[in-house]
Design a protein around this ligand. Structure first.
Ligand code: FAD
Length: 497
């Protein structure tokens, strides 16, 4: 195949699509606006402290290694991946904590020790979830979903009914799990994709279920190490990377791709894979007459978006031994702490995710220092009542520190801070062109999922394709990686001579 593919954006979706397409014989050029690839999976490199910028949780490790094995490379020559045990340490407001394991024997022992009698309902949850996962994967996730017949057919409808997606996460879990602390852990885990668990489909309970069935994994050096491995592989395969160049327009003539207009010059190509955020691309890169009726600029503006995040990065001159790699703090007023992000307010009490790679990785703990990311889900920029200015940042920062001090063992944290930095929804919009500074793409509510999510192939323009959080199959590093494989197979089929 001698077609030239231009990939707009070097996020994980752009990189993996580039690798799969290079392997199929296409010539591929990635054009990325920033100085580093990886998009939101990036790094903060201070002279004394290093932080993964956003993503930290590695689920379904096979998808990460498949990118290498699928192109006949040994992933072990590129990065090191290892299982975590426990997968989470969860701290509760009353100074108790529970470790959650993917190994069933350890999980049962821990649950019976901390919450006697609760292990039976937990195992029941896992077993019910496995069936949902099996059906979703087979019927929906590993398919392009560009044709309504992929969903409106007897076998898919039967699977949908078996999945029973209509009741919301909280009501579904309440029917299985009586223990409130375990239930809140599961609810909090479903928020990985930034939807409100009190209003949205219980299908996202698959997230904690998969974490327990397949484990959570850690890539040595953090997730940005994986991006560097992908970059190396892509270049080895002959791919070309242009960094620090913004694409201003996707050039289309007579419903056919011509190339892209960058801030410097025109790049000609036969195919464009747009990895830039879908809503941003529709609003900024594509001429109106080539946009599909379902997703006009007006409609895009009114669609529902995932929530955003505030991340506080702390460089500390101490290593906290009571933290694991992935930790949660769940507050007493749990519902209020969760719903603020979807109702346009910062809650009074906070529930937090704390990422602490320093617990196991010397790359993040040089000279007895450590790096801590604390993440709070917050409203995205479609709520214009929160400005994320210096005053708001200070208020949120102080609330987070106050909350951290409530965790047993972290009471002294304020005395050990040597470096501080923040990420707000504005950072996501400015640096990565996320439409509303939303962290996880378009909301994954049912009416914006599967066939009803923006398609990966343009119906109007020959040669125009999309990959990323806001298109099918959706958000999450592994989901986007899996989507890249589906996309490259689709492009190969379209261009097979
Ligand atoms: C705070 C946070 C935590 C997360 N945690 C996890 C986690 O623990 N585990 C997990 O699996 N997933 C997690 N995710 C989700 C995961 O990070 C995303 O699903 C994934 O990174 C999306 O990749 P992408 O390639 O679609 O998009 P992006 O990373 O947004 O890549 C798009 C790229 O396009 C570039 N671009 C945009 N416009 C232009 C232009 N005009 N010209 C040139 N380039 C352009 C951008 O700079 C960017 O590099 C998290 C996300 C966030 C924000």
């Amino acid at each position: 195949m001698d077609e030239h593919v231009i990939v707009v954006g070097g996020g994980i979706g752009g990189l993996c699509s580039g690798i799969y397409l290079s392997n199929k014989g296409f010539q591929v050029t990635i054009v990325e606006k920033n100085e580093t690839l990886g998009g939101k999976i990036n790094i903060i490199n201070d002279k004394d402290f290093k932080f993964d910028l956003t993503a930290s949780i590695v689920m379904t490790p096979k998808i990460y290694t498949d990118v290498f094995t699928d192109v006949d490379k040994n992933y072990k020559n590129y990065f090191t991946i290892m299982p975590l045990s426990p997968i989470y340490r969860v701290f509760y407001y009353d100074k108790t904590y529970c470790d959650f394991y993917s190994e069933n024997n350890k999980m049962i022992n821990e649950l019976e020790k901390v919450f006697p009698g609760s292990s039976v309902e937990f195992i029941e949850f896992l077993s019910k979830s496995y069936k949902k996962y099996y059906l979703s994967k087979k019927k929906f996730l590993n398919r392009p979903m560009i044709d309504i017949n992929e969903i409106i057919n007897l076998s898919s409808i039967k699977s949908l009914m078996e999945i029973k997606p209509l009741s919301n996460t909280v009501s579904y879990l309440s029917r299985i799990i009586n223990n409130e602390k375990i239930r809140n852990y599961l609810i909090f885990s479903t928020m990985y994709i930034g939807v409100d668990p009190y209003k949205n489909s219980n299908i996202y309970t698959l997230i904690p279920a998969i974490s327990h069935m397949y484990g959570l994994w850690y890539i040595k050096g953090g997730l940005y190490t994986y991006i560097k491995a992908l970059e190396k592989l892509f270049e080895e395969m002959g791919g070309k990377i242009l960094k620090h160049i913004t694409v201003d327009k996707i050039i289309i003539e007579d419903n056919k791709i011509i190339g892209v207009q960058t801030e410097r010059d025109v790049l000609y190509g036969d195919i464009v894979v747009c990895n830039a955020d879908y809503s941003y691309a529709i609003s900024n890169l594509i001429e109106d007459k080539y946009i599909e009726k379902r997703y006009t600029k007006k409609k895009i503006e009114k669609m529902e978006y995932s929530c955003s995040v505030f991340i506080l990065y702390l460089g500390l001159d101490k290593i906290y031994k009571n933290l694991k790699v992935h930790n949660m703090y769940l507050c007493k007023n749990f519902k209020e702490s969760i719903e603020g992000a979807f109702e346009g307010r910062i809650p009074d009490e906070l529930s937090l995710y704390i990422y602490y790679a320093s617990a196991i990785d010397n790359n993040f703990r040089e000279n007895n220092t450590s790096s801590m990311n604390i993440m709070l889900r917050v409203p995205n920029l479609s709520f214009d009542n929160i400005k994320y200015d210096e005053k708001t940042i200070k208020q949120i920062r102080n609330k987070i520190i106050k909350t951290l001090k409530n965790i047993k063992g972290l009471e002294d944290i304020e005395n050990h801070i040597k470096y501080e930095n923040y990420l707000t929804p504005k950072t996501l919009r400015k640096n990565y062109n996320d439409y509303y500074g939303n962290a996880f793409g378009l909301s994954h509510k049912l009416s914006q999922s599967i066939y009803f999510r923006p398609h990966i192939k343009s119906e109007k323009v020959k040669g125009l394709y999309f990959i990323g959080s806001s298109t099918h199959p959706g958000n999450g590093a592994s989901v986007v990686i899996g989507g890249s494989k589906v996309l490259s197979n689709l492009i190969e089929k379209d261009y097979k001579k």
